[in-house]
Design a protein around this ligand. Structure first.
Ligand SMILES: [Fe+2]
Length: 152
């Protein structure tokens, strides 16, 4: 399950229900979902449910060419005109969220975590030391998924 850390409150959440409740309070949708096999019908169901236009998969391994440059685009605070929706299949990653009100929250996601960061939410993303993540990405409109940097 995910691990949620609110550093300013010296608080860490491990329980799925507590995590979903806390994240809902700052506008982030979070749920646990067993990846199905085959995966395609499940992706299609998620796409239809959320009204997303397209889906793809990212597959990052430590020796992915240009990985550092890719990560450098997203490890600074930014926002998009588009929801950032990820369903994690392998590996881990950390979403850092700066809510419009309240403390910065770090969400370390793992396989089976489905997260939606709504459009306009200030956030940044990092990998863990393993530098490994494979995830489904769902898009409303691919052209909206451009990072706007806040400079913070
Ligand atoms: Fe982003």
């Amino acid at each position: 399950m995910a691990v949620v850390t609110i550093a300013d409150q010296r608080q860490t959440l491990h329980d799925d229900a507590a995590i979903a409740r806390y994240l809902a309070g700052i506008g982030i949708d979070y749920e646990r979902l067993q990846p199905a096999s085959p995966l395609e019908p499940q992706i299609e169901a998620l796409r239809t449910r959320g009204g997303y236009s397209t889906a793809d998969q990212i597959d990052i391994v430590p020796d992915t060419p240009g990985l550092d440059e890719m990560l450098a685009r997203f490890d600074r605070e930014h926002w998009h005109d588009e929801d950032e929706v990820r369903f994690v299949l392998e590996g881990r990653g950390i979403f850092h969220i700066r809510p419009s009100q309240g403390d910065v929250v770090s969400i370390e996601v793992e396989p089976g975590d489905l997260i939606r960061v709504p459009r306009g939410t200030r956030h940044w993303f990092t990998l863990t030391a393993e530098r490994r993540i494979r995830a489904v990405r769902l898009f409303q409109n691919r052209s909206g998924w451009i990072p706007y940097y806040t400079g913070e």
